[in-house]
Design a binder for this molecule. Structure first.
Ligand SMILES: *Cc1c(COP(=O)(O)O)cnc(C)c1O
Length: 387
């Protein structure tokens, strides 16, 4: 598969491996093990694991490998390792690389489970420094020479703050640190993370890659040496591998992802405009009043598929949520179905009130994951709920 093809073409074709039957669609190899012709062949496979040297599905599987190769082709990295969930990818990438005494600098604006993983690192003697990820001066001060890694969500959940990947990467690389980016909200469709300096790009493929809210999955994209020599030994021995069935569904998801995500982003832009025009405090990177609007335009080229808006109080937010008829109340995102979430009482309930305030998660905030319904219907549902 040539890298000269457009990403949308790569998302349909890249990484395909066909069996002796020449099946056109990606085959689902629902197998744990692989049979050997001889004891000698088994010995040889265990000695040298090359790309086709499958020995056990926890180490690798042909369907999972197709998914990994397709993700790497899309992200523009040499290799990728697919995991059972987005969190297995975040935990695996960070745990695999750190040692006691290492320093990791991370944006404070992180998904709750990502913050929990950083707490686990602390338990094992890793020094974790949290800062405001949009403040380049803070990165400059915190990323001291010898820092092992920096970690941030390129667009934060749920407040949609946009981090300057190129700016942070320049600071990190000068100190010798590896740049690890959780790129879920940007999606592989709009990602330029590697071009901007990211070394390791992580996705929860549970979200826009699956696209139908069916399976959990994750992926770590990076150089071959990072993926196979640093990450893989940790991941394969600790059982982080994706199920081949889930990888197969993700492969199907990737084929339509470009069309889906662009349609969702178009609808999101229209909904954000409408909410903003109706006087609702709306946070959307595509709106000119977003604090990182120019950065988002340069770095992402789209406002994305997620919107946050503030109804002013918990009661007002609950009133809107309870009046929605088409848009579902749930806490997932990236689904074909539009989903509204009240972060303060669900996804970010675990945080103290002070930490929520620091993260900009107000009591009246609603997070909206825009799906594939007709935008007229979504606008109508929101406007009748806001009343
Ligand atoms: C959902 C999400 C994760 C975790 O992914 P799972 O597949 O649920 O484990 C990590 N980071 C971000 C930004 C997410 O939105």
């Amino acid at each position: 598969m040539s890298t000269s093809h457009h990403p949308r073409t790569r998302a349909v074709h890249a990484g395909i491996r066909r069996s002796q039957y020449g099946e056109l669609a990606e085959a689902l190899f629902l197998t744990q093990g692989f049979a050997y012709d001889s004891a000698g062949q088994a010995e040889a496979r265990f000695q040298q694991s090359g790309p086709d040297e499958f020995i056990y599905a926890r180490y690798g599987n042909p369907t999972s490998r197709m998914f990994e190769d397709r993700m790497a082709a899309l992200e523009g990295t040499e290799d990728a390792f697919a995991t059972a969930s987005g969190m297995a990818a975040v935990n695996g990438a960070l745990m695999a690389m750190v040692r006691p005494g290492d320093r990791v600098v991370a944006a404070r604006q992180l998904f709750g489970s990502c913050l929990y993983v950083l707490d686990i690192l602390r338990r094992f003697g890793v020094e974790v420094v949290l800062l405001n990820g949009t403040d380049l001066a803070a990165w400059d001060q915190a990323v001291t020479p010898g820092t092992r890694a920096v970690f941030f969500e390129s667009v934060s959940n749920p407040v949609l703050e946009v981090m300057d990947i190129a700016g942070i990467a320049e600071i990190a690389h000068a100190a010798g640190a590896t740049v690890v980016v959780d790129n879920v909200f940007v999606t592989p469709v709009f990602s330029r993370a590697v071009d901007l300096g990211a070394d390791v790009v992580i996705y929860s493929t549970t979200k826009h890659v699956d696209g139908g809210g069916r399976c959990l999955g994750g992926v770590i994209c990076g150089t071959r040496s990072f993926v196979r020599e640093v990450a893989e030994p940790y991941l394969k021995h600790t059982g982080a591998a994706i199920s081949p069935f889930n990888a197969w569904l993700m492969l199907n998801g990737l084929a339509t992802m470009d069309l889906r995500v662009r349609a969702m982003a178009d609808s999101a832009a229209r909904i954000a405009d409408t909410l903003h025009g109706a006087g609702v405090r709306t946070i959307y990177p595509g709106l000119p009043d977003h604090p990182q609007h120019d950065l988002a335009a340069r770095q992402i080229g789209s406002g994305g598929t997620m919107i946050a808006f503030d109804m002013g109080s918990k009661d007002a937010a609950f009133r809107v949520l309870d009046r929605l008829q088409l848009i579902s109340l749930s806490n997932n995102l990236g689904d074909a179905k539009s989903i509204a979430t009240h972060p303060a009482t669900t996804t970010h309930q675990r945080l103290s009130e002070a930490d929520r305030a620091l993260a900009g998660i107000t009591p009246g905030m609603v997070r909206l994951s825009v799906g594939l319904e007709h935008p007229d219907d979504l606008v109508a549902d929101l406007m009748q709920a806001i009343g």
